[in-house]
Design a protein around this ligand. Structure first.
Ligand SMILES: *Cc1c(COP(=O)(O)O)cnc(C)c1O
Length: 460
């Protein structure tokens, strides 16, 4: 009999406190959805039963993290919690210098402004919304160098986050290495469905960039989940602890931006970490302008303490096994119902293929947006669009039409139970069974930046 590596992923914790949820009727949901312009970002959280909008800032903190909150040293300068965080970042990730920021995009803003000049090219293993926007606002142009497999939801290649070195080499030949300030490498590539990059690929990339004098800046938002897949899938790492794999990944890069709201199990926080003194000095200077003094970067002392403890918990093998195990449980259940999802199942959520789910809805009628609305209407489960709405417009005003048109069912860490996973899969199956009746949407309001957050729609 086939035994999934996750056959026993039971949680390595027990529940000490619960948050009560409001149940809603179909009429209430219909009204709420209309008022939200069919955009799940605009729903009130009170109207949501199971919230899978994002895994960002939605984790349950541990009793130790909450205890750490009480140890907050709210001094304006030189907070003890900053020094604790600095020590943990150096120890767990190995980067030399730390600049705390209020969240990931704060770090992205600073590193983009420092390293990118107008006309520069920033290759990366698939775009991320805020990351690319900060690169563009700094005058750079993002170029996708992820392997082709990543754009195919059916392809079961185990490391769909890998870089295609030929694509990179073409860019270097075309523009010259001096036009490429860094390569932007995400671990557990969010937009590809939480797909990992392998150590072998990172090592090859490191060798290539050394030769050409190009930095690698690591988007390490979900580095522990990536490390888990390396442990599961890459030859030679099955016995290496998550913590060691995480450190190995970081050692192959020159610096990192972190949204600690994901892997690191806090509700707010992030940082920029870097090995070069000059870049650090400039970042420490700039953080004062955009975030706050360099020993708090927009965070309270207590937030930095919770982050330091969360980082240590995030690289625990049992934690990450249960975390990804729950995601895989949901994905396998959806597959058993015939629902088309991105494979292999990623680390932080299930990505339903809306093009396959709703083949009768053309991409300019927003199939993923439509599907997210339909699932909410069915059960109060809130998901989000990762397709043409999220992709936004090019500098010339044309829509990006991404190959992947997905609905993301993101699982918050340590928050929901197996019974919740069953409810989610069953609701999606109900929508799947009546999919022919579902009609597309038209956009009636479009904000200029990151439109997926605030766009409004109406039924066609
Ligand atoms: C969330 C996220 C960011 C941005 O971080 P925020 O904390 O939301 O500002 C950057 N990169 C990736 C891959 C993310 O998932």
């Amino acid at each position: 009999m086939h035994k999934s590596p996750y056959h026993s992923w039971a949680e390595p914790y027990k529940i000490k406190m619960v948050e009560l949820l409001k149940m809603t009727s179909p009429q209430q949901r219909k009204k709420a959805l209309k008022e939200a312009g069919y955009n799940t970002f605009l729903l009130r959280s009170e109207d949501v039963y199971i919230d899978l909008l994002t895994d960002s800032g939605t984790s349950a903190m541990s009793d130790r993290q909450w205890a750490g909150m009480m140890l907050g040293d709210e001094a304006y300068a030189g907070s003890r919690n900053f020094y604790h965080l600095e020590e943990v970042v150096k120890d767990v990730y190995g980067y030399k210098y730390l600049v705390p920021t209020h969240q990931g995009r704060g770090a992205e803003n600073i590193i983009s402004k420092i390293l990118i000049k107008k006309g520069d090219i920033i290759p990366g293993n698939m775009y991320f919304t805020t990351t690319r926007l900060h690169q563009e606002l700094a005058g750079g142009k993002f170029e996708d160098i992820i392997i082709d497999e990543a754009h195919d939801p059916e392809n079961e290649f185990p490391f769909k986050g890998n870089v295609d070195l030929d694509k990179l080499d073409k860019l270097v030949k075309k523009y010259g290495a001096s036009k490429i300030p860094y390569i932007s490498i995400a671990t557990s590539v969010n937009m590809a469905g939480g797909q990992p990059i392998s150590i072998a690929n990172l090592k090859a990339l490191r060798a290539y960039t050394k030769k050409h004098g190009i930095r690698i800046i690591h988007d390490m938002t979900r580095v522990a989940e990536n490390a888990h897949f390396i442990q599961q899938r890459e030859a030679g790492y099955s016995k290496m602890p998550i913590r060691s794999i995480v450190k190995l990944i970081c050692s192959l890069t020159d610096g990192a931006t972190m949204s600690a709201k994901k892997d690191a199990l806090v509700n707010i926080g992030g940082f920029l970490a870097i090995n070069e003194w000059d870049v650090f000095e400039e970042a420490r200077n700039m953080v004062v302008v955009y975030e706050g003094l360099h020993t708090y970067g927009g965070l309270a002392g207590r937030d930095m303490e919770a982050m330091a403890i969360g980082i240590l918990e995030s690289v625990n093998d049992d934690h990450i096994h249960a975390r990804v195990g729950q995601v895989v449980y949901l994905g396998e259940k959806m597959i058993s119902f015939g629902i088309p999802i991105v494979k292999p199942i990623g680390g932080h959520g299930i990505f339903v293929d809306a093009k396959k789910f709703l083949p009768h809805i053309p991409q300019d009628q927003f199939p993923a947006q439509t599907l997210a609305a339909a699932v909410y209407l069915d059960s109060g489960v809130r998901t989000m669009e990762r397709g043409v709405v999220s992709a936004g417009r090019k500098a010339n005003g044309e829509n990006y039409f991404p190959k992947l048109e997905l609905v993301r069912f993101t699982i918050p860490r340590r928050v929901y139970t197996q019974a919740h996973m069953d409810v989610i899969a069953e609701s999606t199956a109900r929508v799947f069974n009546k999919r022919q009746k579902i009609k597309g949407l038209k956009m009636v309001y479009e904000p200029k930046y990151l439109r997926f957050f605030q766009a409004r729609f109406e039924e066609i």
